[in-house]
Design a protein around this ligand. Sequence first.
Ligand code: UDP
Length: 484
Amino acid sequence: MQQGHMIPMVDIARILAHRNGTVTIITTPVNATRFKPAIDRAIQAKLKIHVIELQLALAEVGLPEGCENFDMIPSVDLFVNMYASMDKLEKPSEEVLRRLTPVPNLMTRCIISDNQFPWTTDIAHRFGIPRLVFHGPGCFTYLCLHIVMNTNVLNEISSDSDYFVLPGIPDRIELTKAQAGGWGKIREIEGMEDFFERMSMAEEGADGVVVNSFEELEPNYVKRLAEAKGKKVWCIGPVSLHNRSFLDMAERGKKAGINGHDLLKWLDTKDPRSVIFVCLGSMSSLSNEQVLELGLGLELSSIPFIWCIRSTTDETDIWLSGYEERVKDRGLIVRGWAPQVLILSHEAVGGFVSHCGWNSTLEGLSAGVPMVTYPQFADQFLNERLVVDVLKTGVSIGMEVPVAIGEKDKFGALVKKENIKTAVESVMNDEGEGKARRERAREFGEMAKKAMAEGGSSYVNTTLMMQDVIEELAKNTKPIQDVF
Ligand code: UDP
């Protein structure tokens, strides 16, 4: 029920269908609309993929009609209601599984589900089929979260803002308690601690972990994650690279706030690697003051840019009209949703200011561009550490305190325009450390493409994952007639 989870899962569904899997996506009507164009194209290409829409019991849990995604929820206090409505999908989902006719002579079935649907492990057990869990972040962050949640490390630290070294990982990573457990108030809401507990139990009962990453990116962490979880980990990404056609890149996620062809025309006029792309994901929002400061920082830097602003207010709209006129020779503003993968794939883009959601982080790395890291909450501070400290392809904008996730009007400390200018210029710099950083980023981009190409590590892992499901099932599954 979040773009950052749904978008990669739809990519995974299409990858599996492309590799001869028969895929059923279970979702809700509003969410289905968001990825309908991509699925329609896959069906036209004769892939065996289809979507089943189930209704969320929204009224029953006190959510407004149509509020089917976390990016539509008016306040963090209602997150728990959303999880309650997601829980109510268990029965209808089970019915769907029962109804689906098994392919003759092929009993293989497998559920791949997001970690936020813990009951899918129970259904899988009832049907005697595997459940693979998809969690969102890469292996580094996943392992750090595992340590944070399963050891006493945070309890031993009293201050929210003192930096400490995270134990149990191969690299020296320093962060604060608040950054390590960036879910903030969500965990304190009644019922949420319970939900987190259920997610983790269900994950323990799952048969394997599907990760949107590639082995060459974080080799030390893939193995350690598998050891920590005690199960197989399949890195099958970056899944965004499965989108190769103009339409698949231009229509990914939501309807974009700009025509893709116009955008490419604009980028075609710019020098290679000269433009910085600014986009802070599908969930974060900035204060009016921060929007202005970010815009002024970009203006000060004199570097060409594309800036995606998720939502504006009357105040920012008025300011933006004058601003757009001032920067029109080198700045393009996209309102709402940017076709991020399309933008990043253009050779004129040479840097990315990102909030470090895992998908965006990986998409930036896949495009071979260095990043200005501007984390907000959740796992984003950990992803920042990977990019800045481990991969060394990023420059931090200097966020220290996480923003209160989903809490209206509670914004973090202001990042000043001078800091924004410095970070942007540093990441776009083509000399000294800037050059080395760009080169490292370019190399990761090459590795990512190789991983996804036929014979590459992620391609092979996808094969192994599918084979494993078939072989394990042959050993363990109940005869199909016992289930249906
Ligand atoms: N995205 C996009 N356009 C936007 C905002 C986001 O295409 O304007 C996509 C982005 O490419 C990524 C996903 O939405 O695939 C966001 O996921 P991520 O994990 O980066 O961050 P989240 O939105 O979950 O915080």
